[in-house]
Design a protein around this ligand. Structure first.
Ligand SMILES: [Zn+2]
Length: 247
């Protein structure tokens, strides 16, 4: 695990476990040390990894309550919720429903990747459009894309967007076929006053990652995505075409 300071009050925890086990990606958990709360965006693969973050928060940001956010329901972003059982856990309402419906099954399928003893804990509180913590300068908002229930977090103080798996280099994976909504989400991201963009997996970036991903999603909506058959994109692109029924 690697810790990177972002801006004045952000800490990025990057985990290498999935990269080492053949998935080929690092995974990000983003922590914002705001005025009265500490926000934890996504919880990776379980308590073993999240205990380190919890301890870091206890040592460095003592006494502040923790609020957890799930960007989407996928197993590699929510299994650590059980480390924060006494905290509020936020998500979009579709995300919570997906966790209730699908997380136990995903835990069985991918159980070898658990980091510690995982209990599935669904979000305790949901929103439909957005939820702003005005005193904290932090907003969570609905951003359908990678999944129908995906949401994002923006820190206005540092100008940081945490986008979960809606953004990925070089192109994102689709798990939902509504690419028009995906396009609108990425266009909305571009309007935000942020300089730093953090995807659920991979390197910290800036708006160029949003632009690259928007170009790809737009090419899918226009059926003009041939250039993505090049090797760098090919594997993910073919999976996306399959999901869209275009293969
Ligand atoms: Zn993921």
């Amino acid at each position: 695990m690697e810790i990177t300071r972002i801006g004045r009050r952000g800490m990025l925890f990057t985990f290498f476990y999935l990269q080492d086990t053949g998935f080929g990606v690092t995974t990000n958990v983003y922590v914002i040390n705001a005025k009265n709360y500490v926000f934890v965006c996504d919880t990776f693969l379980g308590p073993e990894s999240m205990k380190e973050i919890k301890r870091y928060i206890e040592i460095n940001f003592r006494d502040k309550p923790i609020i957890v956010f799930n960007s989407h329901y996928d197993w590699d972003h929510i299994w650590g919720n059980c480390t924060f059982e006494t905290s509020l856990i936020l998500s979009h309402e579709i995300c919570r429903n997906n966790i209730i419906d699908k997380a136990e099954q995903e835990l069985e399928i991918y159980s070898e990747h658990r980091r510690g003893e995982v209990n599935i804990i669904p979000p305790t509180n949901t929103f439909t459009d957005e939820l702003t913590f005005y005193e904290e300068g932090v907003k969570f908002f609905y951003s359908p894309g990678h999944t129908k229930g995906s949401a994002s977090c923006v820190d206005f103080v540092d100008g940081v967007l945490f986008a979960g798996d809606n953004l990925e280099a070089p192109i994102p994976y689709l798990q939902d076929g509504d690419i028009k909504s995906y396009q609108r989400t990425l266009e909305k991201y571009l309007q935000l006053e942020v300089d730093t963009v953090i995807p659920g997996h991979g390197e910290v970036s800036n708006k160029s990652l949003i632009e690259d991903n928007l170009k790809y999603i737009t090419s899918l909506t226009n059926n003009q995505a041939e250039e993505y058959l090049k090797s760098r994109y090919k594997e993910v692109h073919l999976q996306n075409l399959k999901l869209l029924g275009k293969l």
